[in-house]
Design a protein around this ligand. Structure first.
Ligand code: BTN
Length: 259
């Protein structure tokens, strides 16, 4: 299996009508979010995919760095043009598509840590960053940025070695990045363009791994809130039952870390 991403092979495997049409492939860029933002601001249609073999300044949520070495993982951003009411569905559809894509091409079982981290064996294998630009009530564009650790050895990055995994680390086998990307986009298109919001919510909530557990999450004011993860609402928010009996609802937009 070649170490470099093969854009032609990916196009042969891609079975979508909108997502990935067209695809912009870059051997190296600072962040695919930045390239996609410039294209979206310049009028790119829904479906444009920016995929890079390496990111030199990959970003995670809450200002964190996203480790993006060359020749190993998937780093990509899709330009979407949703209605404001579809943003919550996108935030659920992205991790679902990654979970199902991984399960389609490997024997691994994956799950979602609220709201949208993808886990395998309790460790993070994929992350989602959705940046939206609004014009009043209207969404100008949403940038769905997805990183998946594929053929990467987490031990090579001491800062995340304990909390991260990859397809190769979890399964013992290298996987095709082209095949995995095509599988993820196929599922994302089905959830985003052909499913109801209710169906996406049901599928997403069934994949959440910490429901019923004691978790700690960041509130919107940045403080940590602990409690039992009781339920999720259709907008993606999490209901926590605190030890003092108070119930709090945390919007998924907070992108909190559950443990
Ligand atoms: C997270 O913190 O879990 C979100 C990680 C999102 C990483 C992806 S990789 C492709 C896109 N480009 C970036 O700079 N970030 C996202």
């Amino acid at each position: 299996m070649p170490a470099t991403f093969d854009p032609d092979r990916f196009q042969e495997l891609l079975d979508t009508r909108t997502l990935g049409h067209p695809t912009v492939y870059l051997a190296s860029t600072a962040s695919t979010q930045d390239v996609a933002r410039r294209r979206a601001q310049g009028g790119a249609a829904e479906g444009l995919l920016v995929v890079a073999d390496q990111q030199t300044a990959g970003r995670g949520r809450q200002g964190r760095r996203w480790v993006s070495p060359p020749g190993t993982n998937l780093y990509f951003t899709l330009v979407l043009r949703p209605r404001a009411s579809e943003l919550a569905t996108i935030a659920m559809a992205c991790p679902l598509a990654v979970v199902e894509g991984i399960e389609a091409i490997t024997a691994l079982k994956a799950g979602i840590k609220w709201p949208n981290d993808v886990l395998v064996n309790g460790k993070k294998i994929g992350g989602i960053l959705v940046d939206s630009e609004l014009e009043g009530e209207r969404v100008h564009h949403a940038l769905a940025g997805i990183g998946v650790n594929v053929n990467f050895d987490p031990r090579s990055q001491p800062e995340i070695a304990e909390i991260a995994t990859s397809v190769m680390a979890a399964s013992g086998q290298k996987a095709s990045r082209e095949e995995l990307l095509a599988a993820i986009l196929g599922r994302l298109e089905a959830y985003y363009l052909s499913s109801t919001a209710n169906d996406v919510f049901d599928a997403w909530s069934q994949r959440l791994v910490h429901m019923g557990d004691d978790v700690t999450v960041h509130s919107s004011s940045g403080e940590l809130v602990s409690g039992r993860a009781e339920s999720v609402n259709a907008d993606g928010s999490l209901v926590l039952l605190k030890r003092d009996g108070e119930r709090v609802t945390l919007p998924s937009g907070q992108m909190a870390a559950a443990s």
